[in-house]
Design a protein around this ligand. Structure first.
Ligand code: CU1
Length: 530
């Protein structure tokens, strides 16, 4: 037997089977799959809470919920979507694709990889408890603060807030461990010849994201720990009665919260970049400038947090700085989007589901970017603050910018993950129903906000009825379209047309992305780097 064969037989022997195969897995593909299944479950949970919110807002008056339950649903929807759906799905794709893309055997720290995944179900249980506890007699009030958890309200909520704080701790540990793993893998485990500037754009997007996460997660963890101490151990960090300052929490939260938007956005932009190159049969236009624009988005994104707080009474100098900084970010974002469009220029484009999503993302995310400039400008923002306009703005930024990018990634890579081709007709049906539903849901909310409808309020004035009816109908089209998505996934996993390594007839220089044989549930093989 050759050395390689001996090694291989050892590896075969060490393979755990049955439930251990998953629970004890150190394999990047298995862990990636688990991340994505978790994210899919959370997507449906977060979506269900959104549909309850929209059902409540279908008509003026309070029909389904109570003010407290409504606000608790708003809180849960945000936390579940941000931390439960988008981040784990992106992490799952990082696990699956980064080692294959850079020619590594596996993630650099495979056991830590397992640990960072298993923190998530623990966090999810904590989050569910935070939601359920108030229904138990003596369980205290519901978390009605929104995902921002601002004091003084968050100091008064019952013990469900403590569960929520522990949820954030667990999620933070998970993200930091996963980020360390991704950085170490990318910097240390690349195949010979794979220089940093040859890495696929998706790997770059995750390298920047992982650094961002390591910089911001400890700030959030610190802020909620201070909140925990204020609530339980008599400190007064945020309690004005004890000499503390509630506004301090806002600064700490948004120092995390603004870069977090880029954490959600960048991996999806990496996916969009690779999809557009593949389906235009051209290499990515302006690869270097795309890499540097991602880095500057990360860097400037760290410096503009207080644009969420124009109304707290900062000095004119401070608000002006935050306004200019925020608007500056549109330069690297615009550059990135320009490069995507230039990649399509004179390419031999085809319009399969991933490409449809990518083009839809460019259009709708740019729209979210334009309203972003509107809310970045101080006098404008003072008008729009806490109105439905802001809700419309960030859903236009985050649903196309993050969620659609991940869905596009699923369609793009699922032939590789499962070895089977998805149903293209159903994929297109899902694309059209979901974007029509999405636009119908969120476009009218701009008008509602401009007309003065406040956000995070269970009831509204009669004059807002029409647009709310349209928005709620849209949300049900949008939400239910995901049943098509679920059906496509299950159908593809169960079999179908075999996908070979060249499903997308890849663009020059990108063939290797799909070059290793597609195997589902298999142990990693190092792809050949051309
Ligand atoms: Cu922000």
């Amino acid at each position: 037997m050759t050395n390689e064969a001996v090694l291989h037989s050892h590896i075969e022997h060490a393979k755990p089977t049955g439930w251990r195969r998953w629970v004890c897995s150190t394999n990047h593909k298995d862990i990636g799959t688990m991340y994505m299944i978790f994210a899919l479950i959370m997507l449906f949970l977060g979506g269900a809470s959104a549909l309850v919110i929209r059902a409540e807002l279908f008509m003026p008056g309070i029909q389904l919920t109570s003010p407290d339950l409504y606000n608790s649903l708003v809180t849960n929807h945000a936390l579940i979507m941000v931390f439960g759906a988008v981040m784990p799905a992106a992490a799952g794709m990082a696990n699956w694709m980064i080692p294959l893309m850079i020619g590594a055997q596996d993630m650099a720290l495979p056991r830590m990889n397992n640990l960072s995944f298993w923190f998530l179900p623990a966090a999810a249980i904590m989050l569910v408890l935070a939601f359920i506890v108030p229904f138990i007699p003596g369980g205290g009030t519901m978390v009605n603060t929104g995902w921002t958890l601002y004091p003084p309200l968050s100091l008064q909520v019952g013990m469900s807030m403590d569960f929520l704080i522990f949820t954030v701790h667990l999620l933070g540990i998970s993200s930091i461990l996963a980020s360390i793993n991704i950085i170490v893998t990318i910097l240390g485990n690349r195949a010979p010849g794979m220089t940093l500037m040859k890495m696929p754009i998706f790997v770059w997007s995750w390298l920047v994201t992982a650094f961002l996460l390591i910089l911001i997660m400890p700030i959030l963890a610190g802020a909620v720990t201070m909140l925990l101490f204020d609530r339980n151990f008599g400190t007064s960090f945020f309690n004005a009665a004890g000499g503390g300052d509630p506004v301090l929490f806002q600064h700490l939260f948004w120092f995390f919260g603004h870069p977090e938007v880029y954490v959600l956005l960048l991996p999806s932009m990496g996916i969009v970049g690779s999809i557009i190159a593949t389906f235009s049969r051209k290499p990515l236009f302006g690869y270097r400038s795309t890499v540097f624009s991602m880095m500057s988005i990360g860097l400037i994104g760290m410096l503009v947090w207080a644009h969420h707080q124009y109304t707290i009474g900062m000095s004119l100098g401070a608000v002006t700085y935050f306004m200019i900084g925020t608007i500056l970010i549109s330069i690297p974002v615009g550059l990135m989007i320009f490069n995507f469009i230039a990649t399509m220029w004179r390419g031999s484009m085809t319009f399969e589901t991933p490409m449809l999503f990518a083009i839809g993302i460019i259009l709708m995310f740019s729209f979210g970017g334009f309203t972003g400039v509107m809310v970045a400008v101080i006098p404008g923002d003072i008008q729009y603050h806490d109105s439905m306009f802001v809700v419309a703005h960030f859903h236009y930024a985050l649903i196309p910018g993050a969620l659609f990018g991940l869905l596009a990634g699923v369609f793009y890579w699922i032939p590789k993950w499962t070895g089977y081709m998805y149903d293209e007709k159903l994929g297109k049906l899902f694309f059209w129903t979901s974007i029509i539903g999405f636009n119908l849901t969120f476009f009218p909310q701009h008008f509602l906000g401009l007309a003065g409808m406040p956000r995070r309020i269970v009831d509204y004035n009669l004059i807002f009825t029409e647009f709310n009816v349209i928005s709620s109908i849209g949300s049900f089209i949008y939400g239910l379209s995901h049943l098509i998505f679920l059906y496509i996934i299950i159908k593809t996993i169960r079999g179908g047309k075999k996908a070979d390594g060249k499903v997308w007839e890849g663009a020059k220089g990108l063939e290797w992305e799909l070059s290793s044989p597609p195997e589902f549930h298999s142990w990693s093989k190092t792809p050949e780097i051309k």
